[in-house]
Design a protein around this ligand. Structure first.
Ligand SMILES: Nc1nc2c(ncn2[C@@H]2O[C@H](COP(=O)(O)OP(=O)(O)OP(=O)(O)O)[C@@H](O)[C@H]2O)c(=O)[nH]1
Ligand SMILES: [Mg+2]
Length: 462
C-alpha cells in the first residue's frame, strides 16, 4: 500500500455490491477527480460539477468514445469532507448486470480512476480522520456478522463505544504522564505535583480498568465467533449419526466400522435463534495409526475449545475403558452425556451415569428413530443461552486483546518503578509505552504493515 500523500492523489473506483445479477448495483468513485471523471461518462440534466452535495440525479451512462448509451442510472453525490471517505464521492446506481458493470468500471478507469484495493475506501476514511481504527474494523464486522448479537456488538463499535473508552483511558494516562514528566523538570516548589503514593494509586486504577476489559474478551469472542458444541465419544457410538440427525441431512459418513470419522467436521445450525457450530470428531481410542491419532488429537482440541460437549455413549453396551478415560478429560460442568442407541435393549442407566460422569445431565437418544432429539435440543439451548448481558463486551478481537495486554504489562512496570522509588524517567518510559499500546487499538500509533493486514481482509468496494 502506498503512502498517504500519494494515495490521496488518486481517484479510486470499484463495484460495491456483491457479484452476480441483481436488480440494482452500486459503483463507487472516491477522490479529488471523482466529479470530473463521473461527469465524463454521465449525462444528466446538469453536470455534477455544478449540483449540490448530497443530491440524487437521474441520467445515462454514455461511452464518451462512441456516444453509446450503456444504462440508465441514478447518481448520488457526496462532496468532501462530508462523505464516507472524507473525499468527493460519487455513487452510481446502475442495473445489476455483471457485464454492464464491468463496462462502466472500464469507462471510469479509462477516464483516470484506479481500481480500489480491498478496504481502500475505509482506509481513506481512517486516514482522513472520519473514523478511527476500531470503527474501521467494525465496518468489516458489520458486513461479516452472522448473528444478531454479533451485529449489535459491531454496530456499537462502529458508533465508537470502544474508541471512546480507549480515549478516556488515554486521557487519564496522559494526565499521569504530565505529572511524572513535570516531576523530572520541576521541583515541588515550582509546580504542584502528586506524591508517589497518589501516582501509584492512579496507575493501579487504570490497570484494573484494563483488567475488566480483558476479562470480557472471552464473552466478546463468543459473540463474534458464535457458540460451538463438540460431539465426542469412542468409535462407533453414533457421533456422526447424531450430527446428521441435528442437521437433518446426510452430511457425515456413518458406518458400522469403528474409526470411520478421521477428521473434524463442522456444520452450523440455528438453535433457539442462536447460531451454533457442531463439531463431529474422530472416535477416541488407543491406536497405532498415525492418521487416526492426528484425528483424535484434533477432536480433543475441538473439545477443549467448545462451549459445550456432547459425550456420546452406546447405551446398549456396558461402559468401556475408553468411555471412562474420555470422561476424565472433561471439565465438570460443560458436558451433556448422551446415551445413544436407545432403540436397542439398554445396559446403561441415565441417572447413575449423570452421577458417575458428573455431567450436567444424561439423556437417552436414538439417532435411528429420533427419540430424545427434542429434549437434547432443549437441554443444549438452556445450557448455551445465558442471560443477556446488560452491556455487550467491549473487546472481541484478538488484536485489541494483545494491545491491552501490552498496555497492562507496561503499567505494571510503571507501578513497580514508582513503588521502588526509581528515578521518574523510568516511570515515564513505561507509561509512554502503555500509551502507545492503547493508541495501537484506535490507530494513533499503528504500523503501516498492521494497517495493510487489517484493510487487506476487507472486500473491494468497502
Ligand atoms: N441401533 C442403532 N444404531 C445406531 C444408532 N446411531 C448410530 N447407529 C449405528 O452405529 C454405527 C456407528 O455410527 P456412526 O455414526 O458412524 O458412529 P461414530 O461414533 O461416528 O463412529 P466413528 O466415526 O467411527 O468414531 C452405524 O452402523 C450406525 O448405523 C442408534 O441410535 N441406534
Ligand atoms: Mg463418525
Amino acid at each position: 500500500m502506498k503512502q498517504k500523500s500519494l494515495l490521496e492523489e488518486e481517484t479510486i473506483c470499484a463495484i460495491a455490491t456483491a457479484p452476480g445479477r441483481s436488480a440494482i448495483a452500486v459503483l463507487r468513485l472516491s477522490g479529488k477527480r471523482a466529479l470530473p471523471i463521473a461527469d465524463a461518462v454521465f449525462r444528466g440534466r446538469k453536470p455534477l460539477a455544478v449540483v449540490k452535495s448530497h443530491t440524487v440525479h437521474l441520467g445515462e451512462i454514455v461511452d464518451p468514445a462512441g456516444q453509446q448509451v450503456l444504462d440508465e442510472v441514478l447518481v448520488i453525490l457526496m462532496k468532501a469532507p462530508h462523505s464516507y471517505t472524507g473525499e468527493d464521492v460519487v455513487e452510481i446506481q446502475s442495473h445489476g448486470n455483471p457485464t454492464l458493470l464491468q463496462k462502466i468500471l472500464a469507462l471510469l478507469i479509462a477516464q483516470g480512476a484506479r481500481l480500489a484495493e480491498p478496504g481502500e475506501f475505509t482506509r481513506r476514511a481512517f486516514l482522513s480522520g472520519r473514523m478511527d481504527l476500531t470503527q474501521a474494523e467494525a465496518v468489516m464486522e458489520v458486513i461479516s456478522s452472522q448473528n444478531s448479537s454479533h451485529s449489535q456488538w459491531a454496530l456499537g463499535q462502529l458508533k465508537g463505544r470502544l474508541s471512546s473508552k480507549i480515549t478516556t483511558l488515554r486521557d487519564a494516562l496522559i494526565s499521569i504522564i504530565a505529572q511524572v514528566e513535570a516531576s523530572i523538570d520541576f521541583s515541588e516548589d515550582e509546580v504542584p505535583l502528586c506524591g508517589p503514593q497518589a501516582l501509584f494509586v492512579r496507575v493501579e486504577g487504570l490497570s484494573s480498568e484494563l483488567d475488566d476489559m480483558l476479562a470480557d474478551y472471552e464473552k466478546g469472542r463468543q459473540v463474534r465467533d458464535g457458540l460451538s458444541v463438540a460431539i465426542v465419544g469412542r468409535p462407533n457410538v453414533g457421533k456422526s449419526s447424531l450430527l446428521n440427525l441435528l442437521l437433518q441431512e446426510d452430511r457425515a459418513i456413518v458406518s458400522p466400522f469403528p474409526g470411520t470419522t478421521r477428521d473434524v467436521l463442522e456444520e452450523t445450525i440455528h438453535l433457539e435463534g442462536m447460531l451454533v457450530r457442531f463439531v463431529d470428531t474422530a472416535g477416541y481410542r488407543s491406536t497405532e495409526n498415525p492418521v487416526e491419532q492426528e484425528g483424535i488429537l484434533r477432536g480433543l482440541k475441538a473439545q477443549n475449545e467448545a462451549d459445550l460437549s456432547l459425550l456420546v455413549l452406546d447405551g446398549s453396551e456396558a461402559l468401556s475403558e475408553e468411555d471412562l478415560r474420555l470422561a476424565k478429560r472433561f471439565r465438570e460442568t460443560n458436558k451433556i452425556v448422551v446415551l445413544n442407541k436407545a432403540d436397542l435393549p439398554q445396559k446403561l442407566n441415565p441417572s447413575s451415569i449423570t452421577e458417575q460422569f458428573s455431567g450436567k445431565c444424561s439423556l437417552e437418544l436414538s439417532t435411528l428413530t429420533g427419540l430424545g432429539l427434542y429434549r437434547l435440543r432443549e437441554e443444549m439451548a438452556t445450557f448455551l443461552i445465558r442471560t443477556p448481558e446488560k452491556e455487550p463486551p467491549l473487546i472481541a478481537l484478538l488484536r485489541h486483546k494483545n494491545a491491552l495486554q501490552a498496555a497492562k504489562s507496561a503499567l505494571r512496570r510503571a507501578s513497580n518503578a514508582i513503588r521502588e522509588e526509581l528515578s521518574p524517567e523510568f516511570t515515564a518510559i513505561d507509561l509512554r509505552e502503555a500509551l502507545d499500546a492503547l493508541g495501537e487499538i484506535t490507530g494513533e500509533t499503528t504500523l503501516d504493515e498492521i494497517l495493510d493486514q487489517i484493510f487487506g481482509e476487507f472486500c473491494i468496494g468497502k
